[in-house]
Design a protein around this ligand. Sequence first.
Ligand code: FPP
Length: 227
Amino acid sequence: MDGNGRWASARGLPRAVGHERGVEALRKTVEAAQELGLSYLTVFSFSTENWHRPVSEVNALFGLLKAYVKRDLGQLAREGVRIRVLGTRDGLPKDVQALVDQAEERTKDNTKFNLCIAFNYGGREEIMRAARQLAIAIKIGSVDPSTLDEDVFATYLDTAGIPDPDLVIRTSGESRLSNFLIWQSAYSELIFMDVLWPDFRGEHLQQAIEEFQGRERRFGGLATGSA
Ligand code: FPP
């Protein structure tokens, strides 16, 4: 969800206002994703690197996550949305952790749509944390290293049980993944859009999906019809 800061600066507004408008864009996108028949949507909301931002901005982002959960959880739960928060809970304020736990617990049996919020998330940190857990499991003898493969490793990631993304969209014209789902996006289609996140709407999502549908996915194999 990149470009909130630039959206605000272009209007002479504080960056936090860009993030507020970003939440509005998120609401519209969650709605559009459901209407378009998607099953999973993962948004990158706060990276492990975002701690380097001014304390006021970090606090504004925590405040927005809390406000979003408080305001939208009831409706999302009723709509059958399952919420999962990816990333480490370490370092998050206790009240944020409590709300995140509440959102996951209240929606854990929902199956209609999956909203995954990457918050305090970094792909390398996630992989490191998984490796540490796995090393402990091997050390205590509950995992035999000879049985390890990619599928087993993936069960230690925050995304265990969640399919790899078919499509990754980055807004704001930047062309990099910035540590987002770096294990899971190995074969994802990447689409970089020149729209700032607060301006993102269902039509942009639809446009990206149409572009995705025109792509040929080979997963390292050959094109269909090749000799
Ligand atoms: C990137 O734009 C955006 C973020 C770092 C935060 C995104 C967070 C939200 C939209 C709201 C909080 C989360 C939830 C789930 C309610 P940027 O600040 O890097 O923009 P810039 O590149 O233009 O400076």
